[in-house]
Write a protein of this length. Structure first.
Length: 317
């Protein structure tokens, strides 16, 4: 298995960070994977456990520890450090605690890896992206969040399961906040090139009604809460999602992914980070796409932006 060139630093060796490192090793997302955490026993154990399996993961290497100097010369840094979401707690309720952690961490990271692309996975990732971008002074293209990449994967899986079609043939996006105000773009959703709303069942009836589409959207919005209630954290799917973003950056792919970056006028929104389909490649977010939306979707995007703006302002940003 050929590993992709480049150095990936994962900050935080908890359930999510360790899953990012694990997914990156298995997928060959980066030649060098580094795991950093302030908990020495935890990070050393995670690195050792991962290293023991590298015979089976190709050419990627894994190192790590408690010294932030490990981030030097990183090509991409994935930040997962922070308090985890408790059962019943919204992502925005996490904002205050994790904002303080980021304020202390971000300047030290940028000092050691000034040329890296930074990807925020810690929740609430949209609000933290605004904070990280302002603290660092880096271009918005180089400081963005995983956003609704995972939510979009959840949606495509549900749609494919419902109609018995491979999820790779389903093209639909979740946009807005990675949280309670996110929503699907049904206007431009397709299955195999057929508009989603026109997809028919075997008997010729419409496969999707407005009620069934709303139920699907609700299932996506609440998916993380269901997983957290059952096992305490979401980690495997977000680990895979983050590894996919790493590959788009290091592989210079110019892949379209719904990451969250600070907007500069797209759909009339400024200075708020939320997810829209974006071209991700060398240097980070190369372009944020203004995909077609109907009036209802534009209104929902505006409400999502205002919720995130209010949260950032409550933290002084």
């Amino acid at each position: 298995m050929a590993a992709q060139a480049g150095k990936l630093v994962v900050v935080g060796a908890g359930a999510v960070g360790s899953s990012v490192a694990y997914a990156a090793l298995i997928r060959g997302s980066a030649r060098e994977v580094v795991l950093y955490d302030i908990d020495q026993a935890k990070v050393e154990a995670e690195v050792l456990d991962l290293a023991h399996g590298t015979q089976f993961t190709g050419a990627s290497s894994i190192t790590g520890g408690t010294d932030l100097a490990l981030a030097a010369d990183a090509d991409i840094v994935v930040i997962t450090a922070g308090a985890k979401q408790r059962p019943g707690q919204t992502r925005l309720e996490l904002a205050g605690t994790n904002a303080r952690i980021l304020e202390a961490l971000m300047p030290r990271l940028v000092e050691r890896a000034p040329d890296a692309v930074y990807v925020l996975v810690t929740n609430p990732c949209d609000v933290l992206t605004v904070i990280a971008q302002r603290i660092s002074g880096l271009p918005a293209a180089r400081v963005f969040a995983s956003g609704t990449v995972l939510d979009t994967s959840r949606l495509r899986w549900l749609l494919g399961e419902r109609v018995g079609v491979s999820r790779s043939s389903v093209h639909a996006y979740i946009v807005g906040e990675h949280g309670d105000t996110e929503f699907p773009l049904w206007t431009c959703a397709t299955i195999g090139g057929v508009p989603l709303r026109d997809w028919t069942a075997d008997d010729g009836s419409r496969a999707f009604t407005p009620e069934s589409l709303e139920a699907l959207a609700h299932n996506v919005r609440t998916a993380a809460y269901r997983v957290i209630e059952g096992k305490g954290a979401t980690n495997y799917a977000i680990g895979l999602s983050a590894a996919r973003i790493v590959e788009a950056v290091l592989g210079r792919e110019d892949a379209v992914l719904p990451v969250s970056s600070v907007l500069s006028g797209q759909h009339g929104i400024h200075s708020v980070a939320l997810s829209l389909p974006s071209v991700v490649g060398v240097g980070g977010v190369r372009r944020v796409l203004e995909v077609p939306m109907d009036d209802g979707e534009l209104a929902r995007l505006g409400r999502s932006a205002e919720a995130l703006r209010a949260s950032a302002q409550s933290l002084g940003y």
